[in-house]
Design a protein around this ligand. Structure first.
Ligand SMILES: Cc1cc2nc3c(=O)[nH]c(=O)nc-3n(C[C@H](O)[C@H](O)[C@H](O)COP(=O)(O)O)c2cc1C
Length: 208
């Protein structure tokens, strides 16, 4: 029996007509098809999350055993986000391109989850990620910037930042050609989305 713990991370500022929300939801549904049992945790980044600051950085640089109550408290939310990553088998990230890169809330989530000694550490051979054996799908959408082009600072950045903490098995599901909010025939958009789900389906077959 396969148990699938799925973490869905949403970062689009809009709900109505959001391509990345629809696509990531379909990815989640597809993942559930391949599992006997699944548990979904949704992290809605647009509900707001703090930026790291002096107290936060000071707390992370303090060894765990020396942290005072205030420092422990400052790290509580970050600990919660890291815990969600640790518990997940599969992580689905929904990321629009905003101003050539990822939404600021997603960057804030990365800042809060890249934690020295907890999600990465430096060794004599360089840094290594400590979050291992996860499958990542990134549903990414843009209004015109082609994914993988010189103007796309989102997908290479995400791969680098996720890989840094050990999340190296990343499949980018490129929805840059889909605009559900525009005048495109909805049927065409849905057919395109179905095509985009192919890597998710074949990923399941590979692991079976
Ligand atoms: C604030 C903002 C900034 C954007 N910046 C870009 C951009 O730099 N390049 C681009 O191709 N599309 C840009 N877009 C278009 C979005 O990437 C596109 O609408 C995408 O579908 C948004 O994701 P969503 O449908 O999940 O909300 C921007 C949209 C918004 C709202």
């Amino acid at each position: 029996m396969t148990q699938q713990n799925i973490l869905l991370v949403n970062s689009s500022g809009r709900f109505e007509g959001s391509v990345t929300r629809q696509l990531s939801q379909l990815i989640v549904e597809q993942l559930k098809v391949g599992a006997d049992n699944s548990n979904l945790v949704t992290r809605e980044l647009t509900e707001g999350l703090p930026f790291i600051n002096e107290e936060w950085i000071g707390a992370t640089f303090t060894p765990v055993e020396n942290r005072n109550q205030a420092q422990k408290h400052v790290l509580e939310f970050s600990d919660e986000l890291v815990n969600e990553l640790q518990l997940a088998d599969t992580i689905v990230i929904a990321s629009p391109i905003y101003n050539f890169s990822i939404p600021a809330v997603l960057k804030a989530w990365i800042d809060l989850t890249a934690r020295a000694q907890l999600t990465f550490k430096y060794t004599e051979n360089g840094p290594i990620g400590l979050i291992e054996n996860k499958k990542i799908y990134v549903a990414i959408a843009s209004g015109g910037v082609p994914i993988g082009s010189a103007m796309d600072f989102a997908s290479p950045y995400l791969k680098q930042a996720l890989g840094f903490i050990g999340l190296t098995d990343v499949t980018i599901v490129d929805a840059s050609s889909i605009n559900l909010a525009g005048d495109k025939n909805e049927k065409v958009a849905k057919a395109q989305i179905a095509e985009l789900l192919e890597p998710v389906k074949s990923g399941e077959q590979e692991s079976n």
